[in-house]
Every structure is written in C-alpha cells, then in structure tokens.
Design a protein around this ligand. Structure first.
Ligand code: ZN
Length: 234
C-alpha cells in the first residue's frame, strides 16, 4: 500500500526477513515475527536471544510511535521491566524517542535505535539482574531525570522552566529565567540556542499540554513562608 511507504515499510521488511506483515489497512499495520539479538555493550554481558514480537503502527505514525508487544511472555509484565500488563513495552519518554529519531524517523530507525536498545537493556535486567545503562526511576521522578539529562540541567525546577520556555514563542520565552542556572534571563544566555533545538521536535502546544498533564507544580513558596514565620516567632 502506497500510503505506508512514508514510514519505510518495505525497507523494514527487507531488513528483517523474519518479521512479516500480519495485517494491513489504511489506518493500521501490524507486523509479527522473530528478531534475533546478539549484542554486548562494553562493561556489560552478552545477550543472545530470539524475541517474538508484534509491532503495531497507526496512520498517525509521525505523531504517535508504534506499539511493540512481547508475544512470547519472556518479559515480566510489570514496571520493573518497563512492560505493561498487555505485554507492550514502555520504550521511554516520547520526547526522547522523537529526539533520537529526529533525522530519520522510519520504521527501521525506530526499530534499530529504540526497540533494539530496549530489548538489550531489559533482557540484561532479566538475565543478569541489572540494567546496562543505569536505571531510570518511574513516574514523574523518572521523567524529570530523563529531561534533566536531555536538557542538560539539574533538578525539577530547571526542567519545568525549560518545558515552560518551549511552550512559549521565542520572544516570550526569552523574557523568562534561564533554566541553565545562570540567574539571567533566557534571552541573555547562550543556553537558548541549545534549548531551541527541541522546538524542531515538538510544537509549542505539545510542551504546554505535556507540562500541564505530566507534572505536578512546584510547591516551594508555601513551605518557605511557613518556615520564615516560625523563625520570626522565635
Ligand atoms: Zn543560562
């Protein structure tokens, strides 16, 4: 189907001959098959295993990445192994995946760069008890750590400042405090040039929605005023 050429479907099927099309229509493509991984990272152990996977792509592929399922029951279905109850994988934050796929977002790139890395990391955890890349926390804490690394900043307050800035037009963002910790406005710091690269990955609206839905606001000001008052009473 011509429609699916824009995700590189034929190229993917040629690159992975043991994975075949199991269902295709205008809205959805489902792939099913085996993938053999034989890999070893420096300082970690060899993983040599064949996985049985199902990959589901929808027609809004470039907005919503494919879902990948473990069809063999090898991955324990819980948070510690980043696998949901239905066997689908939690492949990482959307922004990170999209930034990895910024230059090539084909299905082959998604599989090579995101899925293979996941299969190696989680299999390593299953077989040797630890993740080879260092483990991310779950929930908001995990998201904050992930963004802190991507944005090259420290702590929740800086991450929220960066997301807030990305949700604004550049000229408005420039008036706000810089997330890098320089105590200057963003418009006066070279950090803005680095931060603005993320504007090519998602739109302003995405950052605004994400900030509102995935993070609890900082509650610092209240605590500080309570502590101050107590000092005054002494
Ligand atoms: Zn700065």
């Amino acid at each position: 189907m011509k429609h699916w050429n824009n995700i590189g479907l034929e190229e993917f099927l040629a690159a992975y001959p043991n994975i075949r099309l199991s269902d295709i229509n205008a809205d959805r493509v489902e792939l099913l098959g085996e993938y053999q991984l034989k890999a070893q990272l420096d300082g970690s152990n060899l993983i040599d295993r064949t996985f049985y996977l199902r990959i589901v792509c929808t027609s809004d592929y470039h907005k919503k990445l494919p879902t990948v399922y473990d069809e063999a029951g090898y991955f324990p279905r819980n948070q510690d192994f980043h696998t949901y109850a239905d066997g689908s994988f939690c492949l990482g934050s959307e922004l990170r995946i999209k930034s990895v796929l910024n230059y090539d977002s084909s299905l082959t790139a998604f599989f090579d760069k995101v899925v293979v890395r996941f299969l190696y990391a989680v299999s390593h955890r299953i077989e040797f008890g630890s993740f080879p890349y260092g483990e991310l926390d779950h929930g908001e804490k995990g998201l904050i750590d992930d963004y802190a690394e991507m944005f090259e900043v420290n702590g929740k307050a800086s991450v929220l400042l960066a997301l807030k800035a990305l949700g604004l037009r550049k000229r408005d963002a420039n008036k706000r405090p810089c997330p890098c910790g320089c105590a200057s406005r963003l418009g006066r710091c070279d950090y803005r040039l680095f931060l603005n690269k993320f504007r090519y990955i998602e739109r302003r609206r995405w950052f605004r929605t994400h900030l509102a839905e995935s993070f609890t606001p900082l509650q610092k000001p209240k605590k500080r005023s309570r502590r101050l008052r107590r000092d005054v009473v002494k």
